[in-house]
Structures are given as C-alpha cells and as structure tokens.
Design a protein around this ligand. Structure first.
Ligand SMILES: Nc1ncnc2c1ncn2[C@@H]1O[C@H](COP(=O)(O)OP(=O)(O)O)[C@@H](O)[C@H]1O
Ligand SMILES: [Mg+2]
Length: 611
C-alpha cells in the first residue's frame, strides 16, 4: 500500500445519493479526468472533421480547379488527412488509455478502502455476514462501478461527437441532415429492446454461474466427505442440473443478441441508402456537390455509436447504483469494538501485572439471524451465554476451565482479548478494564491458541512467525520445539520452508494444532489461553508438549480449557462452568471429592476432541 498515497474515502454522509458519496474517490483523480476530457474532445473534433476535409477535396480539386492547381490542391488535402489521422490516433490512444487506466485505479482505491475497512470490523460482523457475500461485494460490485466510470465518460464524449457531426451536416444541407439521422431513433429503440431482454438474462446468468461455482467449490473443498459417502453421482447430477440451467440462460442471451445486433448494425447501411436516394437527387439537381454526398455517407456510420452507447451506460448506471449500495453497506458498518478515547498501552510496571479478573460478566452473542448487515444497534441480544460469570486468576497462576460442550468456555476466552464486548460487568487484565486498553496493546498481552487452528497457505516458518514476522529461524525453531512440532517439520522435504495447502489441510489436525501452539508460544504473551489446544493430539505427544509448556507457564498467567485429565493436571486450580457461570472452584482433588457434577463431566467427555 505504500507509495500509493492515502486511500481516498467515500463521503460518510449517508443522506447523499450514491454518486455524490462516490465523488471524493473520483475527484481524487480529477487531473487525469481533465486530461481525458481535453484530449478526448480534441481527438473527436479531428475525427468528425475528416468527412468535411474529404468534401472540400472533392468539391475543389475535382470540381472547381483544373490542371496543375487541381493536383497541388489534391496533394495538400491528402497530406492534411494523413496528419489528421496520425494526430487523431495519438489523441484517441491517450484518452482511452488514461480513461480506462483511471477507472481501474479507482477500482483499486475502492478495493483498498473496503479491505482496510474489513480488517477493522469486529467478530460480530463476520458472525453475521457470509464470507461469500463479502467477497462478491469486494469483487464484482466494485467492478461494476469501474465499468460505469470507464464507459460513462466515453458515452459523454461520443454524444458530443454526435452534436459536432450533426452541426457540420446542418451547415451543409438541413433536410439531408435530417434524413441522415432519421434512422437513429430506431437504433436507440432497438437497442433499448435488446437491453430489456439482455439485462434480466445476464443477471440470471450471473446468478447461475455463481451457483455452478458453488457446487464445484463445495465438491473440491468437501471432496473427502463426498467420496466417503460415495455421493459422487448425486453431486455430478447436481452439477449437471446447475450447468443445464446456466446453459439455458446463456443460450437465451446469445439468441437475443444474435437477433437484435445484426438489425442494429444494418440500420446505418439503410441510412446510407437513404442518403444516396435523397442526396443523389439533390446532387443531380445541382443543389449539393458530390463532396457533400461523400461527407454524409461518412457521418451516417459515425453517428450510430453514441445511440448504441447511451442505453448501455443507462443500464450500467443502474447496476453501479445497486452495487455501490452494497459496497456502502460494508463501508458504513461501524466497527463494534474500537479504542476508547484515552485508551492506554499496557504498562510493563503495572502493580497487578498478569492478573485476570472477570467481574460479574453477562454476555450474549448478537443474534446471528440477520444475515445482511443490519444497522448498528439493531441487533437483538440472544439469551446470555455468560450470566454472572466471576473469576479471578492471580499473576502466574494456571487455571483449568472445565464444562460441557457449549457451556461458554471458548466465549470466556474470546472476551479476554476483547473480541466481543461484555453486555454488563467487566473483564480486567493487569487490574485494568480491557476497554481502557488499546486493542493492539491488549492483544499483545493476551494471546490464545484457539479451538480451531487456522493455517495460511504459506511456509511453516511464516505460519509460526505470523505474530512476529521479524522472528529469526532459531526463534521459530525454539517455539516449534516447545510445541513438539519440530520433529514432524524436520521430516518434511522442505522443513520449515514447506508451504502448507489451503488452511493447512496437507497436515493432520494434531500437526495443525502444534503449529498453532508454536505460533502463540513465539509471541511470548503475559497471559496465555489454551482453548482445547491439544484435543487432536495423541496422548504421548501431548505429554511431551506438557513438559515443554510447564516451563513456559511457570511465570505467566495461563488459562487451559480442557476435557482431558492429563491437561487439567497442568493447572493449579480448576473451575467448573455451568449455565454461564462458575459453579465450583478448587483443586482437582477437591472437586473430585466434593462435586459430583465435576466427576460426571470428566467420565462423560473424555476424550471427545474439539467442539
Ligand atoms: N459466534 C457465535 N455466534 C453466536 N453464537 C455463538 C457463537 N459462538 C458460540 N456461540 C454459542 O455460544 C454458546 C457457547 O459457545 P462456546 O463458548 O463455544 O462453548 P464451549 O467452548 O464451552 O463449547 C453455544 O451455545 C454456541 O452455540
Ligand atoms: Mg470451545
């Protein structure tokens, strides 16, 4: 992003129309648009003057003049035409290149703006909006604005060229000029009918393309499921039906185009016949020169273009309006969680360094039912997941959280780095409310190994060093050793440089968990959360990991969320969760002796793996 300057922003005033909101982004490129306007008008003026030069050449050199004077005059006109052709080429190249280039640059600006905004949005947004929806907005909707920005000015310029041509024709012979443009309304009307047919069809075709893409995508990504249930034939049938629907609408689209386009293209030729019929009579009567006929036949093919483009741009403007709404919906979405004014960085000398406290926390996920982004504040609160959750963890202490699947353990972990905001109560880290910390600082203090590991399609080194991109290879290796990932990495052909497949699916679940663990270990957080971090790892490896972790956990606050006794054994203290609160708190032995619900959960859930 560096070197491109700051990303222009859309107007934040939601009461303005879509185009006015877009203006700041367009005006950021105004100097280029000005050059486009000047070169475009000059190029078109030259192009429109060509038939006039032809007319003069024919009328003068072939008519009025004789002998050597005629030859000289003819040569002068030929040279003039060549110069005009070259200049017009240069000008037309310049304005088209600049215009299309600028439209693409604005497309990039918008994409940068959307992407930057997406990185600022909170988890609650991503819970609500489907990933495919976001991706489609960032791609095809931005493209449709780009098309309008390229073809809108082009249509404007070509409308000006029509006016110039019409003016020249009127200056030669008014009735003949009117006859020449008489077929143009038909070009427009037929074009309109074509678009009335094509527009809905292309809309449908686009939807069906997405449908086919989705089936293919699910079969590629879900190939293991498809094959293990021997569902290939059902899936092939499903794809065939989707492909058939796509073929139907694509064919209908081709048919509409095949029927209308030749007629629209034939109309200027009909116009030429009319020019010859009426203009020929006028010429025979001596009312216009032969040169005029030549000029009019040049214009009759030239002037159809604006009429064809005009309707296209109207449609594209409708599309761009709809697309811009969908893009603004993302850009207008306020990040739910931002730094408070006056939020402070964590201090290295805070008196309660590493202390964690949940104080009577109530929290419910914003309702996930509203799939398109609702306005801020419109989210209905569901039944609270945490309801009066109280827990204090002293600096350096290790606490295990135990409870049934779905009781809210991971939710507790997500509140600590402020991924979500508590409904009431407070979460404190280092004795300070997390809302009074900068998000950056807080998230450097608290780091977790999440319940689902996610790897990027990069090298293992880069995956481990994700939170500390400047880490050296030996740092990465040390972290991998603690997570017991060093051995299997050593056995890979490329070792730490091995690039893992999408989401790390070329590794086993346990291997992914170990990379994810190493990634967190490397960031050396003051507060460490392990959310079922070893659930997919075999017991022997887990024990080895624990030996490494004990050292790591010695001087930092640690929360382990666990199902297995072996993991619970790492903790100084165990808390049992039920109904969104802590119902028992003590050592493992205490709880086992005094709390039947604890014993029940241990026998019930071991080892169920991740939720
Ligand atoms: N992103 C989310 N949006 C809405 N509800 C969620 C979300 N994540 C979890 N939940 C719900 O919150 C409850 C607690 O989930 P979680 O904290 O993941 O449980 P645990 O980790 O103890 O198994 C569950 O009922 C779950 O369905
Ligand atoms: Mg969980």
């Amino acid at each position: 992003m560096s070197g491109r300057g700051p990303t222009p922003r859309i107007d934040p005033d939601t009461t303005k129309g879509w185009f006015r909101r877009l203006l700041p982004v367009i005006l950021a490129r105004r100097s280029t648009f000005a050059v486009v306007l000047v070169t475009g008008l000059a190029g078109l003026a030259l192009q429109v003057s060509v038939p006039m030069v032809l007319k003069r050449a024919v009328d003068r050199s072939l008519g009025e003049l004789d002998g050597a004077a005629a030859f000289a005059d003819l040569e002068r006109h030929v040279i003039l035409l060549v110069v005009m052709a070259v200049a017009s080429f240069g000008l037309r190249f310049t304005y088209r290149y600049l215009l299309f280039g600028t439209a693409c640059r604005i497309e990039t600006d918008l994409r940068d703006a959307v992407y930057q905004h997406l990185t600022r949005l909170s988890f609650s947004f991503y819970d609500r909006v489907a990933a495919g929806e976001v991706i489609s907005r960032a791609n095809s909707d931005i493209r449709s604005i780009q098309l309008l920005l390229a073809f809108g000015p082009l249509a404007g310029l070509s409308a000006v060229s029509f006016l110039m041509a019409f003016g020249f024709m009127l200056s030669i012979h008014v009735p003949l000029a009117l006859v020449t443009v008489s077929t143009m309304p038909f070009v427009f009307v037929l074009g309109q009918q074509l678009r009335d047919r094509v527009f809905p069809l292309s809309w449908v075709t686009q939807g069906r393309m997405a449908e086919v893409a989705m089936v293919v995508d699910e079969n590629v990504n879900g190939t293991r499921v498809v094959k293990s249930f021997a569902a290939e034939f059902d899936q092939i049938a499903l794809l065939a039906r989707a492909a058939d629907r796509l073929r139907w609408s694509a064919t209908a689209l081709i048919e509409a185009r095949a029927r209308f386009n030749p007629i629209i293209e034939a109309l200027p030729r009909l116009g030429m016949a009319l020019v010859l019929l009426y203009g020929g009579h006028l010429a025979i009567d001596g009312q216009v020169g032969v040169g005029s006929l030549l000029a009019f036949s040049g214009y009759v093919t030239m002037i159809a273009m604006p009429f064809r483009m005009f309707g296209f741009v109207l449609i594209q403007a409708q599309r761009a309006a709809a697309s811009s709404m969908r893009i603004y919906e993302i850009l207008d979405e306020e990040p739910a969680i931002v730094d408070r004014p006056g939020a402070r960085e964590p201090a290295p000398d805070a008196p309660e360094l590493g202390r964690v406290e949940f104080r009577n926390v109530v929290f419910g996920y914003p309702s996930a039912s509203s799939v398109p982004p609702a306005g801020p504040g419109l989210e209905a609160e569901a039944r609270p997941v945490l309801d009066g959750f109280d827990l204090v963890i002293e600096p350096g202490e290790t606490v295990a959280i135990v409870g049934r699947t779905g009781c809210g353990k991971s939710t507790v972990a997500r509140l600590l780095p402020r991924f979500y905001e508590v409904t009431s109560g407070a979460v404190l880290v280092d004795g300070v409310d997390v809302r009074d910390r900068t998000l950056d600082g807080l998230r450097r203090t608290v780091s977790q190994v999440p319940d689902e590991s996610f790897l990027f399609s990069e090298s293992l080194h880069d995956n481990v060093a994700f939170g500390r991109p400047d880490a050296s290879r030996s740092d990465v290796e040390a972290a991998a050793r603690i997570a017991r990932a060093d051995q299997f990495i050593g056995e890979l052909t490329d070792g730490y440089d091995e690039v893992v497949g999408e989401r790390g699916y070329t590794l086993s679940g346990g291997q992914r968990q170990r990379i994810s663990l190493a990634r967190t270990v490397l960031t050396d957080p003051r507060v460490l959360v392990l959310d079922d971090a070893t659930s997919a790892i075999d017991v022997q490896t887990e024990e080895a990991i624990h030996r490494g972790l004990v050292e790591l956990m010695a001087d930092r606050t640690t929360i382990v969320i666990a199902h297995r006794l072996s993991t619970i054994n790492l903790a100084d203290r165990v808390v049992l969760m039920e109904d969104g609160r802590v119902v028992a708190d003590g050592t493992h032995a205490d709880l086992l002796a005094t709390e039947p619900r604890y014993a029940a959960i241990l026998t019930q859930t071991d080892p169920v793996g991740t939720d």
